[in-house]
Design a protein around this ligand. Sequence first.
Ligand code: C2E
Ligand code: CA
Ligand code: CA
Length: 510
Amino acid sequence: MTDKCEKGDDEQLRRLERRVDRERAARHEAEKLLEQKSRELYFANQRLLALAEGLEQRVEERTQELVAARENAVRLAERDQLTGLANRMCFARLLSEAIEGWSVGNHRFALLFIDLDRFKEINDTVGHDAGDAVLQHAAALIKKAIRGHDIVARLGGDEFAVICNFIESPCDVERVAERIMAEFQKALSFRGRILPVACSIGSALVPDDACNQIDLQRFADIALYRSKSAGRSVYTAFSATMNVEIHERQTLESALKLALRNGDIEPWFQPIQSVDAGDTAAAEVLARWRKADGSIEPPAKFIRVLEECGLMRELFVSVLTASCRAARPWVEQQRLQYLSVNVSPGQFKRGSLLDDVDQALEQTGFPHGALQLEITEEALIYDLHAVSSQLEELTQRGVRIALDDFGSGYSSIGYLRRLPIHTLKLDRSLISDVATDVRARAIVNAIGEIARALGVELVAEGVETEAQALWLGRAGCNLLQGYLFGRPVSRETFEAQLLRAAPMPSNLSA
Ligand code: C2E
Ligand code: CA
Ligand code: CA
Protein backbone atom coordinates (compact mmCIF):
# COMPACT_ATOMS: atom_id res chain seq x y z
CA MET A 1 0.00 0.00 0.00
CA THR A 2 2.81 2.33 1.07
CA ASP A 3 4.70 1.42 -2.09
CA LYS A 4 1.75 2.09 -4.24
CA CYS A 5 1.28 5.34 -2.51
CA GLU A 6 4.94 6.40 -2.97
CA LYS A 7 4.81 5.49 -6.66
CA GLY A 8 1.76 7.72 -7.18
CA ASP A 9 3.47 10.67 -5.49
CA ASP A 10 6.54 10.35 -7.65
CA GLU A 11 4.45 10.29 -10.73
CA GLN A 12 2.63 13.42 -9.67
CA LEU A 13 5.90 15.12 -8.82
CA ARG A 14 7.38 14.32 -12.24
CA ARG A 15 4.31 15.59 -13.98
CA LEU A 16 4.52 18.75 -11.93
CA GLU A 17 8.19 19.13 -12.81
CA ARG A 18 7.44 18.65 -16.52
CA ARG A 19 4.72 21.24 -16.35
CA VAL A 20 7.04 23.68 -14.60
CA ASP A 21 9.68 23.01 -17.27
CA ARG A 22 7.18 23.55 -20.04
CA GLU A 23 5.93 26.71 -18.52
CA ARG A 24 9.49 27.94 -17.97
CA ALA A 25 10.33 27.17 -21.56
CA ALA A 26 7.18 28.96 -22.69
CA ARG A 27 8.02 31.97 -20.53
CA HIS A 28 11.52 31.98 -21.88
CA GLU A 29 10.19 31.88 -25.43
CA ALA A 30 7.79 34.69 -24.62
CA GLU A 31 10.57 36.75 -23.06
CA LYS A 32 12.75 36.17 -26.12
CA LEU A 33 9.90 37.21 -28.39
CA LEU A 34 9.21 40.26 -26.26
CA GLU A 35 12.84 41.21 -26.33
CA GLN A 36 12.96 40.79 -30.10
CA LYS A 37 9.78 42.75 -30.59
CA SER A 38 10.84 45.57 -28.33
CA ARG A 39 14.19 45.68 -30.18
CA GLU A 40 12.31 45.91 -33.46
CA LEU A 41 10.10 48.57 -32.00
CA TYR A 42 13.12 50.46 -30.81
CA PHE A 43 14.70 50.41 -34.27
CA ALA A 44 11.42 51.33 -35.93
CA ASN A 45 11.10 54.20 -33.55
CA GLN A 46 14.66 55.28 -34.26
CA ARG A 47 13.99 55.14 -37.99
CA LEU A 48 10.83 57.13 -37.56
CA LEU A 49 12.65 59.71 -35.49
CA ALA A 50 15.37 60.05 -38.13
CA LEU A 51 12.70 60.33 -40.82
CA ALA A 52 10.85 63.00 -38.89
CA GLU A 53 14.05 64.91 -38.32
CA GLY A 54 14.88 64.80 -42.05
CA LEU A 55 11.43 65.92 -42.91
CA GLU A 56 11.62 68.81 -40.50
CA GLN A 57 14.94 69.86 -41.99
CA ARG A 58 13.56 69.68 -45.51
CA VAL A 59 10.52 71.73 -44.55
CA GLU A 60 12.87 74.27 -42.98
CA GLU A 61 15.02 74.39 -46.12
CA ARG A 62 11.99 74.70 -48.38
CA THR A 63 10.59 77.52 -46.25
CA GLN A 64 13.86 79.40 -46.45
CA GLU A 65 13.98 78.94 -50.24
CA LEU A 66 10.40 80.17 -50.51
CA VAL A 67 11.11 83.28 -48.42
CA ALA A 68 14.22 84.05 -50.50
CA ALA A 69 12.32 83.55 -53.76
CA ARG A 70 9.52 85.78 -52.55
CA GLU A 71 11.99 88.48 -51.49
CA ASN A 72 13.72 88.19 -54.84
CA ALA A 73 10.40 88.47 -56.69
CA VAL A 74 9.51 91.59 -54.71
CA ARG A 75 12.95 93.05 -55.43
CA LEU A 76 12.62 92.28 -59.12
CA ALA A 77 9.06 93.58 -59.26
CA GLU A 78 10.22 96.87 -57.77
CA ARG A 79 13.36 97.34 -59.88
CA ASP A 80 13.69 98.66 -63.37
CA GLN A 81 15.62 96.00 -65.26
CA LEU A 82 17.47 98.38 -67.57
CA THR A 83 18.73 100.99 -65.11
CA GLY A 84 18.49 99.14 -61.80
CA LEU A 85 16.52 102.08 -60.38
CA ALA A 86 13.26 101.77 -58.48
CA ASN A 87 10.43 101.29 -60.96
CA ARG A 88 7.00 102.91 -61.15
CA MET A 89 5.44 100.45 -58.68
CA CYS A 90 8.18 100.96 -56.12
CA PHE A 91 8.08 104.70 -56.67
CA ALA A 92 4.34 104.81 -55.94
CA ARG A 93 4.98 103.03 -52.65
CA LEU A 94 7.92 105.28 -51.74
CA LEU A 95 5.95 108.40 -52.60
CA SER A 96 3.02 107.33 -50.47
CA GLU A 97 5.48 106.59 -47.62
CA ALA A 98 7.02 110.04 -48.08
CA ILE A 99 3.57 111.65 -47.84
CA GLU A 100 2.80 109.63 -44.71
CA GLY A 101 6.20 110.68 -43.35
CA TRP A 102 5.29 114.30 -43.98
CA SER A 103 2.01 114.02 -42.12
CA VAL A 104 3.79 112.41 -39.16
CA GLY A 105 7.07 114.27 -39.02
CA ASN A 106 6.34 117.44 -41.01
CA HIS A 107 9.27 116.87 -43.37
CA ARG A 108 8.86 119.08 -46.38
CA PHE A 109 9.82 117.33 -49.61
CA ALA A 110 9.69 117.83 -53.37
CA LEU A 111 8.72 115.64 -56.26
CA LEU A 112 10.70 116.12 -59.47
CA PHE A 113 9.57 114.76 -62.81
CA ILE A 114 12.36 114.48 -65.35
CA ASP A 115 11.83 113.85 -69.05
CA LEU A 116 14.63 113.36 -71.56
CA ASP A 117 14.65 115.77 -74.50
CA ARG A 118 14.69 114.33 -78.01
CA PHE A 119 14.89 110.77 -76.70
CA LYS A 120 12.42 109.46 -79.25
CA GLU A 121 14.53 110.95 -82.01
CA ILE A 122 17.65 109.07 -80.82
CA ASN A 123 15.68 105.87 -80.34
CA ASP A 124 14.13 106.11 -83.81
CA THR A 125 17.17 107.25 -85.75
CA VAL A 126 20.18 105.68 -83.99
CA GLY A 127 18.40 102.58 -82.72
CA HIS A 128 17.09 100.94 -79.57
CA ASP A 129 20.56 99.98 -78.30
CA ALA A 130 21.49 103.64 -78.34
CA GLY A 131 18.18 104.46 -76.63
CA ASP A 132 18.96 101.94 -73.88
CA ALA A 133 22.46 103.35 -73.45
CA VAL A 134 21.04 106.88 -73.14
CA LEU A 135 18.58 105.73 -70.46
CA GLN A 136 21.34 104.02 -68.47
CA HIS A 137 23.54 107.08 -68.86
CA ALA A 138 20.72 109.37 -67.73
CA ALA A 139 20.02 107.17 -64.69
CA ALA A 140 23.68 107.40 -63.67
CA LEU A 141 23.74 111.19 -64.16
CA ILE A 142 20.63 111.72 -62.03
CA LYS A 143 21.97 109.44 -59.30
CA LYS A 144 25.18 111.44 -59.25
CA ALA A 145 23.39 114.77 -58.98
CA ILE A 146 20.95 114.00 -56.17
CA ARG A 147 21.71 113.96 -52.43
CA GLY A 148 22.14 110.87 -50.26
CA HIS A 149 18.61 110.91 -48.84
CA ASP A 150 16.90 111.54 -52.18
CA ILE A 151 15.25 108.72 -54.11
CA VAL A 152 15.31 108.29 -57.87
CA ALA A 153 13.05 106.06 -59.94
CA ARG A 154 12.44 105.34 -63.61
CA LEU A 155 8.74 105.58 -64.29
CA GLY A 156 8.96 104.11 -67.78
CA GLY A 157 10.10 105.25 -71.24
CA ASP A 158 12.30 108.28 -70.81
CA GLU A 159 10.55 109.48 -67.65
CA PHE A 160 12.33 109.63 -64.32
CA ALA A 161 11.24 110.89 -60.91
CA VAL A 162 13.13 112.07 -57.84
CA ILE A 163 11.82 112.45 -54.31
CA CYS A 164 13.91 115.22 -52.72
CA ASN A 165 13.65 114.74 -49.00
CA PHE A 166 14.23 117.28 -46.23
CA ILE A 167 13.70 120.46 -48.22
CA GLU A 168 14.18 123.71 -46.33
CA SER A 169 13.13 126.08 -49.12
CA PRO A 170 12.21 125.95 -52.83
CA CYS A 171 15.82 127.04 -53.53
CA ASP A 172 16.99 123.60 -52.37
CA VAL A 173 14.88 121.95 -55.07
CA GLU A 174 16.14 124.40 -57.64
CA ARG A 175 19.72 123.56 -56.71
CA VAL A 176 19.08 119.81 -57.15
CA ALA A 177 17.40 120.46 -60.52
CA GLU A 178 20.30 122.63 -61.64
CA ARG A 179 22.80 119.98 -60.60
CA ILE A 180 20.89 117.37 -62.61
CA MET A 181 20.86 119.62 -65.68
CA ALA A 182 24.56 120.39 -65.22
CA GLU A 183 25.28 116.63 -65.17
CA PHE A 184 23.34 116.30 -68.41
CA GLN A 185 25.88 118.56 -70.09
CA LYS A 186 28.01 115.44 -70.39
CA ALA A 187 27.17 113.96 -73.77
CA LEU A 188 27.25 110.21 -74.22
CA SER A 189 29.70 108.54 -76.54
CA PHE A 190 28.06 105.47 -78.08
CA ARG A 191 29.89 103.27 -80.62
CA GLY A 192 31.87 106.22 -81.88
CA ARG A 193 28.89 108.57 -81.98
CA ILE A 194 28.26 111.46 -79.65
CA LEU A 195 24.68 111.31 -78.46
CA PRO A 196 23.27 114.50 -76.98
CA VAL A 197 21.40 114.03 -73.71
CA ALA A 198 19.33 116.77 -72.17
CA CYS A 199 16.34 116.82 -69.89
CA SER A 200 13.42 118.96 -68.82
CA ILE A 201 12.36 119.06 -65.18
CA GLY A 202 9.17 120.01 -63.35
CA SER A 203 8.69 120.02 -59.59
CA ALA A 204 5.99 120.34 -56.94
CA LEU A 205 6.37 120.65 -53.17
CA VAL A 206 4.74 118.98 -50.18
CA PRO A 207 3.01 120.68 -48.38
CA ASP A 208 3.35 124.01 -50.25
CA ASP A 209 1.69 122.86 -53.50
CA ALA A 210 -0.12 119.66 -52.54
CA CYS A 211 -0.52 117.23 -49.66
CA ASN A 212 -1.81 114.20 -51.51
CA GLN A 213 -0.24 111.91 -54.06
CA ILE A 214 -2.62 112.56 -56.93
CA ASP A 215 -2.37 116.36 -56.84
CA LEU A 216 1.36 116.28 -56.21
CA GLN A 217 2.01 114.15 -59.29
CA ARG A 218 -0.39 116.17 -61.40
CA PHE A 219 1.26 119.46 -60.41
CA ALA A 220 4.80 118.17 -61.02
CA ASP A 221 3.54 116.98 -64.39
CA ILE A 222 2.04 120.38 -65.20
CA ALA A 223 5.38 122.03 -64.31
CA LEU A 224 7.19 119.52 -66.52
CA TYR A 225 4.77 120.17 -69.38
CA ARG A 226 5.57 123.87 -69.02
CA SER A 227 9.32 123.13 -69.19
CA LYS A 228 8.84 120.98 -72.28
CA SER A 229 6.88 123.64 -74.12
CA ALA A 230 9.46 126.28 -73.19
CA GLY A 231 12.17 124.38 -75.09
CA ARG A 232 14.98 122.14 -74.01
CA SER A 233 16.85 121.92 -70.69
CA VAL A 234 14.35 123.94 -68.69
CA TYR A 235 13.39 123.58 -65.03
CA THR A 236 9.98 124.78 -63.82
CA ALA A 237 8.62 124.81 -60.30
CA PHE A 238 4.85 124.45 -60.10
CA SER A 239 2.81 127.53 -59.27
CA ALA A 240 -0.92 127.80 -58.66
CA THR A 241 -1.52 129.99 -61.74
CA MET A 242 -0.32 127.11 -63.94
CA ASN A 243 -3.11 124.94 -62.66
CA VAL A 244 -5.66 127.53 -63.71
CA GLU A 245 -4.00 127.85 -67.14
CA ILE A 246 -3.94 124.11 -67.65
CA HIS A 247 -7.55 123.84 -66.60
CA GLU A 248 -8.51 126.58 -69.05
CA ARG A 249 -6.49 124.90 -71.77
CA GLN A 250 -8.16 121.54 -71.14
CA THR A 251 -11.58 123.19 -71.24
CA LEU A 252 -10.64 124.90 -74.50
CA GLU A 253 -9.42 121.64 -76.01
CA SER A 254 -12.62 119.79 -75.19
CA ALA A 255 -14.77 122.70 -76.40
CA LEU A 256 -12.81 122.80 -79.68
CA LYS A 257 -13.11 119.06 -80.25
CA LEU A 258 -16.84 119.35 -79.74
CA ALA A 259 -17.03 122.40 -82.00
CA LEU A 260 -15.23 120.51 -84.78
CA ARG A 261 -17.57 117.56 -84.42
CA ASN A 262 -20.66 119.78 -84.44
CA GLY A 263 -19.51 121.88 -87.38
CA ASP A 264 -19.29 125.02 -85.25
CA ILE A 265 -15.99 125.90 -86.88
CA GLU A 266 -17.19 127.28 -90.15
CA PRO A 267 -15.63 128.78 -93.28
CA TRP A 268 -15.75 132.55 -93.70
CA PHE A 269 -14.85 134.17 -96.97
CA GLN A 270 -12.66 137.14 -97.83
CA PRO A 271 -12.83 138.55 -101.38
CA ILE A 272 -9.76 138.57 -103.60
CA GLN A 273 -10.10 141.38 -106.11
CA SER A 274 -8.94 141.28 -109.71
CA VAL A 275 -6.89 144.37 -110.60
CA ASP A 276 -7.77 144.19 -114.30
CA ALA A 277 -11.45 143.30 -114.11
CA GLY A 278 -12.10 145.25 -110.92
CA ASP A 279 -14.35 142.60 -109.41
CA THR A 280 -14.11 139.67 -107.03
CA ALA A 281 -12.15 136.94 -108.74
CA ALA A 282 -11.67 134.57 -105.85
CA ALA A 283 -12.11 134.18 -102.12
CA GLU A 284 -9.85 133.02 -99.33
CA VAL A 285 -11.49 130.65 -96.90
CA LEU A 286 -10.74 131.58 -93.27
CA ALA A 287 -11.95 129.52 -90.36
CA ARG A 288 -14.15 131.03 -87.66
CA TRP A 289 -15.48 129.43 -84.50
CA ARG A 290 -19.13 130.23 -83.85
CA LYS A 291 -19.62 129.75 -80.12
CA ALA A 292 -22.84 128.79 -78.37
CA ASP A 293 -23.38 132.39 -77.17
CA GLY A 294 -23.25 133.58 -80.79
CA SER A 295 -19.80 135.15 -80.53
CA ILE A 296 -17.25 134.53 -83.28
CA GLU A 297 -13.64 133.58 -82.49
CA PRO A 298 -10.82 134.23 -85.00
CA PRO A 299 -8.18 131.56 -85.83
CA ALA A 300 -5.68 133.13 -83.40
CA LYS A 301 -7.84 131.71 -80.60
CA PHE A 302 -7.84 128.10 -81.77
CA ILE A 303 -5.43 127.22 -84.60
CA ARG A 304 -2.44 126.68 -82.30
CA VAL A 305 -4.42 124.48 -79.94
CA LEU A 306 -5.75 122.42 -82.85
CA GLU A 307 -2.20 122.07 -84.17
CA GLU A 308 -0.94 120.92 -80.79
CA CYS A 309 -3.79 118.41 -80.49
CA GLY A 310 -3.08 117.07 -83.99
CA LEU A 311 -6.50 118.19 -85.27
CA MET A 312 -5.53 120.32 -88.27
CA ARG A 313 -6.52 117.59 -90.69
CA GLU A 314 -10.01 117.49 -89.19
CA LEU A 315 -10.23 121.30 -89.44
CA PHE A 316 -9.10 121.19 -93.06
CA VAL A 317 -11.60 118.51 -94.06
CA SER A 318 -14.44 120.26 -92.28
CA VAL A 319 -13.64 123.74 -93.64
CA LEU A 320 -12.88 122.48 -97.17
CA THR A 321 -16.07 120.44 -97.43
CA ALA A 322 -18.30 123.20 -96.08
CA SER A 323 -16.70 125.92 -98.21
CA CYS A 324 -16.84 123.84 -101.41
CA ARG A 325 -20.49 123.05 -100.77
CA ALA A 326 -21.22 126.75 -100.29
CA ALA A 327 -19.10 127.95 -103.22
CA ARG A 328 -20.23 125.44 -105.87
CA PRO A 329 -23.15 127.63 -107.08
CA TRP A 330 -20.94 130.75 -107.08
CA VAL A 331 -18.44 128.96 -109.33
CA GLU A 332 -21.16 127.46 -111.53
CA GLN A 333 -22.76 130.90 -111.97
CA GLN A 334 -19.30 132.27 -112.81
CA ARG A 335 -19.42 134.78 -109.99
CA LEU A 336 -16.19 133.33 -108.60
CA GLN A 337 -13.21 131.81 -110.39
CA TYR A 338 -11.76 129.91 -107.48
CA LEU A 339 -11.69 129.27 -103.75
CA SER A 340 -8.39 129.50 -101.87
CA VAL A 341 -8.09 127.21 -98.82
CA ASN A 342 -5.27 127.15 -96.27
CA VAL A 343 -3.33 123.93 -95.67
CA SER A 344 -1.40 123.37 -92.47
CA PRO A 345 2.26 122.26 -92.92
CA GLY A 346 1.74 119.10 -90.87
CA GLN A 347 -0.80 117.77 -93.39
CA PHE A 348 1.98 116.99 -95.86
CA LYS A 349 3.69 114.79 -93.29
CA ARG A 350 0.59 112.69 -92.74
CA GLY A 351 0.26 111.94 -96.43
CA SER A 352 -3.53 112.22 -96.30
CA LEU A 353 -3.93 115.49 -98.18
CA LEU A 354 -4.68 114.07 -101.63
CA ASP A 355 -7.34 111.68 -100.36
CA ASP A 356 -8.93 114.40 -98.24
CA VAL A 357 -9.10 116.79 -101.20
CA ASP A 358 -10.49 114.13 -103.56
CA GLN A 359 -13.11 113.07 -101.06
CA ALA A 360 -14.29 116.60 -100.24
CA LEU A 361 -14.55 117.52 -103.93
CA GLU A 362 -16.34 114.30 -104.78
CA GLN A 363 -18.80 114.78 -101.92
CA THR A 364 -19.62 118.35 -102.88
CA GLY A 365 -19.29 118.15 -106.66
CA PHE A 366 -16.86 121.06 -106.56
CA PRO A 367 -14.46 121.16 -109.56
CA HIS A 368 -10.74 120.54 -108.89
CA GLY A 369 -9.91 123.42 -111.22
CA ALA A 370 -11.73 125.92 -108.99
CA LEU A 371 -9.72 125.03 -105.91
CA GLN A 372 -6.50 126.65 -104.79
CA LEU A 373 -4.52 125.41 -101.78
CA GLU A 374 -2.41 127.90 -99.85
CA ILE A 375 0.79 126.48 -98.41
CA THR A 376 3.52 128.21 -96.41
CA GLU A 377 7.27 127.80 -96.64
CA GLU A 378 7.19 125.97 -93.33
CA ALA A 379 5.59 123.04 -95.18
CA LEU A 380 8.53 122.93 -97.57
CA ILE A 381 11.16 122.78 -94.86
CA TYR A 382 10.13 119.28 -93.69
CA ASP A 383 10.77 117.23 -96.76
CA LEU A 384 10.80 119.16 -100.01
CA HIS A 385 10.75 116.00 -102.10
CA ALA A 386 7.68 114.52 -100.37
CA VAL A 387 5.80 117.85 -100.45
CA SER A 388 6.74 118.46 -104.07
CA SER A 389 5.38 115.10 -105.24
CA GLN A 390 2.08 115.70 -103.43
CA LEU A 391 1.85 119.15 -105.04
CA GLU A 392 2.53 117.64 -108.46
CA GLU A 393 -0.32 115.17 -108.02
CA LEU A 394 -2.67 117.95 -106.90
CA THR A 395 -1.65 120.05 -109.91
CA GLN A 396 -2.32 117.12 -112.23
CA ARG A 397 -5.87 117.05 -110.91
CA GLY A 398 -6.17 120.76 -111.78
CA VAL A 399 -5.79 122.14 -108.24
CA ARG A 400 -3.89 125.46 -108.04
CA ILE A 401 -1.13 125.98 -105.51
CA ALA A 402 -0.38 129.29 -103.80
CA LEU A 403 2.70 130.09 -101.75
CA ASP A 404 1.33 132.10 -98.80
CA ASP A 405 3.01 134.76 -96.65
CA PHE A 406 5.76 135.23 -99.23
CA GLY A 407 8.28 137.79 -98.06
CA SER A 408 7.86 137.03 -94.36
CA GLY A 409 10.22 134.07 -93.94
CA TYR A 410 13.10 132.69 -95.97
CA SER A 411 11.22 133.33 -99.21
CA SER A 412 13.46 131.18 -101.31
CA ILE A 413 13.08 132.06 -104.97
CA GLY A 414 14.34 128.53 -105.65
CA TYR A 415 10.94 127.11 -104.66
CA LEU A 416 9.36 128.90 -107.59
CA ARG A 417 11.58 126.94 -109.96
CA ARG A 418 11.21 123.55 -108.29
CA LEU A 419 7.55 123.52 -107.31
CA PRO A 420 4.35 123.76 -109.34
CA ILE A 421 3.25 127.11 -107.95
CA HIS A 422 0.50 129.16 -109.60
CA THR A 423 0.20 132.01 -107.14
CA LEU A 424 2.49 134.01 -104.86
CA LYS A 425 0.82 135.76 -101.95
CA LEU A 426 2.84 138.72 -100.72
CA ASP A 427 2.87 138.93 -96.96
CA ARG A 428 0.93 141.68 -95.23
CA SER A 429 4.06 142.99 -93.50
CA LEU A 430 5.50 143.97 -96.89
CA ILE A 431 2.25 145.55 -98.08
CA SER A 432 1.77 147.76 -95.04
CA ASP A 433 5.07 149.49 -95.86
CA VAL A 434 4.88 149.92 -99.66
CA ALA A 435 3.28 153.34 -99.53
CA THR A 436 6.12 154.76 -97.41
CA ASP A 437 9.19 152.50 -97.42
CA VAL A 438 11.48 152.55 -100.48
CA ARG A 439 13.06 149.19 -99.62
CA ALA A 440 9.67 147.47 -99.33
CA ARG A 441 8.77 148.90 -102.73
CA ALA A 442 12.06 147.65 -104.21
CA ILE A 443 11.38 144.14 -102.90
CA VAL A 444 7.80 144.08 -104.17
CA ASN A 445 8.90 145.40 -107.54
CA ALA A 446 11.59 142.71 -107.81
CA ILE A 447 9.16 139.95 -106.83
CA GLY A 448 6.69 141.42 -109.36
CA GLU A 449 9.30 141.10 -112.11
CA ILE A 450 10.07 137.48 -111.20
CA ALA A 451 6.39 136.54 -110.96
CA ARG A 452 5.72 138.07 -114.37
CA ALA A 453 8.71 136.33 -115.93
CA LEU A 454 7.68 132.96 -114.50
CA GLY A 455 4.01 133.42 -115.33
CA VAL A 456 3.02 133.17 -111.66
CA GLU A 457 0.03 135.12 -110.41
CA LEU A 458 0.86 137.73 -107.74
CA VAL A 459 -1.55 138.52 -104.91
CA ALA A 460 -1.04 141.29 -102.36
CA GLU A 461 -2.51 140.56 -98.93
CA GLY A 462 -3.59 143.04 -96.27
CA VAL A 463 -4.39 145.90 -98.63
CA GLU A 464 -6.03 148.55 -96.49
CA THR A 465 -5.65 151.84 -98.35
CA GLU A 466 -6.29 153.06 -101.85
CA ALA A 467 -2.69 154.34 -102.04
CA GLN A 468 -1.41 150.82 -101.41
CA ALA A 469 -3.87 149.37 -103.90
CA LEU A 470 -2.86 151.80 -106.63
CA TRP A 471 0.84 151.31 -106.13
CA LEU A 472 0.52 147.47 -105.94
CA GLY A 473 -1.50 147.37 -109.14
CA ARG A 474 1.25 149.25 -110.92
CA ALA A 475 3.94 147.03 -109.38
CA GLY A 476 2.49 144.02 -111.14
CA CYS A 477 0.08 142.51 -108.60
CA ASN A 478 -2.76 140.77 -110.42
CA LEU A 479 -4.95 140.36 -107.39
CA LEU A 480 -5.51 142.30 -104.19
CA GLN A 481 -6.89 141.13 -100.88
CA GLY A 482 -7.52 143.22 -97.79
CA TYR A 483 -9.93 145.17 -95.68
CA LEU A 484 -10.14 147.81 -98.41
CA PHE A 485 -12.17 145.33 -100.48
CA GLY A 486 -13.79 143.38 -97.72
CA ARG A 487 -13.15 141.64 -94.45
CA PRO A 488 -13.72 137.92 -94.03
CA VAL A 489 -17.47 137.40 -93.69
CA SER A 490 -19.90 134.54 -93.20
CA ARG A 491 -21.25 132.49 -96.12
CA GLU A 492 -24.56 134.36 -96.18
CA THR A 493 -22.96 137.82 -96.15
CA PHE A 494 -20.40 136.85 -98.78
CA GLU A 495 -23.10 135.44 -101.03
CA ALA A 496 -25.09 138.67 -100.71
CA GLN A 497 -21.95 140.67 -101.58
CA LEU A 498 -21.30 138.51 -104.63
CA LEU A 499 -24.82 139.00 -105.84
CA ARG A 500 -24.49 142.74 -105.42
CA ALA A 501 -21.09 142.54 -107.22
CA ALA A 502 -19.52 145.47 -105.43
CA PRO A 503 -17.66 147.86 -107.74
CA MET A 504 -13.92 148.48 -107.25
CA PRO A 505 -12.95 151.45 -105.07
CA SER A 506 -11.01 153.08 -107.91
CA ASN A 507 -9.37 152.32 -111.24
CA LEU A 508 -6.45 150.28 -109.91
CA SER A 509 -5.01 149.24 -113.23
CA ALA A 510 -4.56 152.84 -114.30
P1 C2E B 1 -3.47 133.96 -93.56
O1 C2E B 1 -3.62 132.72 -94.31
O2 C2E B 1 -2.28 134.78 -93.88
O3 C2E B 1 -4.80 134.77 -93.75
C1 C2E B 1 -4.87 136.16 -93.90
C2 C2E B 1 -5.14 136.81 -92.60
O4 C2E B 1 -5.00 138.20 -92.74
C3 C2E B 1 -6.56 136.56 -92.12
O5 C2E B 1 -6.55 136.54 -90.70
C4 C2E B 1 -7.27 137.82 -92.61
O6 C2E B 1 -8.43 138.11 -91.86
C5 C2E B 1 -6.21 138.84 -92.36
N1 C2E B 1 -6.38 140.00 -93.21
C6 C2E B 1 -6.85 140.03 -94.47
N2 C2E B 1 -6.83 141.28 -94.94
C7 C2E B 1 -6.34 142.07 -93.96
C8 C2E B 1 -6.09 143.47 -93.84
O7 C2E B 1 -6.31 144.25 -94.74
N3 C2E B 1 -5.58 143.90 -92.66
C9 C2E B 1 -5.32 143.08 -91.64
N4 C2E B 1 -4.84 143.58 -90.53
N5 C2E B 1 -5.55 141.75 -91.72
C10 C2E B 1 -6.05 141.25 -92.86
P2 C2E B 1 -7.34 135.47 -89.93
O8 C2E B 1 -8.64 135.18 -90.58
O9 C2E B 1 -7.37 135.90 -88.50
O10 C2E B 1 -6.43 134.20 -90.08
C11 C2E B 1 -5.18 134.17 -89.51
C12 C2E B 1 -4.42 132.97 -89.95
O11 C2E B 1 -5.00 131.78 -89.48
C13 C2E B 1 -4.38 132.80 -91.46
O12 C2E B 1 -3.43 133.66 -92.00
C14 C2E B 1 -4.03 131.37 -91.60
O13 C2E B 1 -2.65 131.18 -91.43
C15 C2E B 1 -4.74 130.78 -90.41
N6 C2E B 1 -6.00 130.16 -90.83
C16 C2E B 1 -7.21 130.69 -90.93
N7 C2E B 1 -8.10 129.78 -91.34
C17 C2E B 1 -7.41 128.64 -91.55
C18 C2E B 1 -7.77 127.32 -91.99
O14 C2E B 1 -8.90 127.01 -92.31
N8 C2E B 1 -6.76 126.40 -92.05
C19 C2E B 1 -5.48 126.70 -91.74
N9 C2E B 1 -4.55 125.75 -91.84
N10 C2E B 1 -5.12 127.92 -91.32
C20 C2E B 1 -6.08 128.88 -91.23
CA1 CA C 1 -3.69 132.23 -96.37
CA1 CA D 1 -1.17 135.01 -95.75
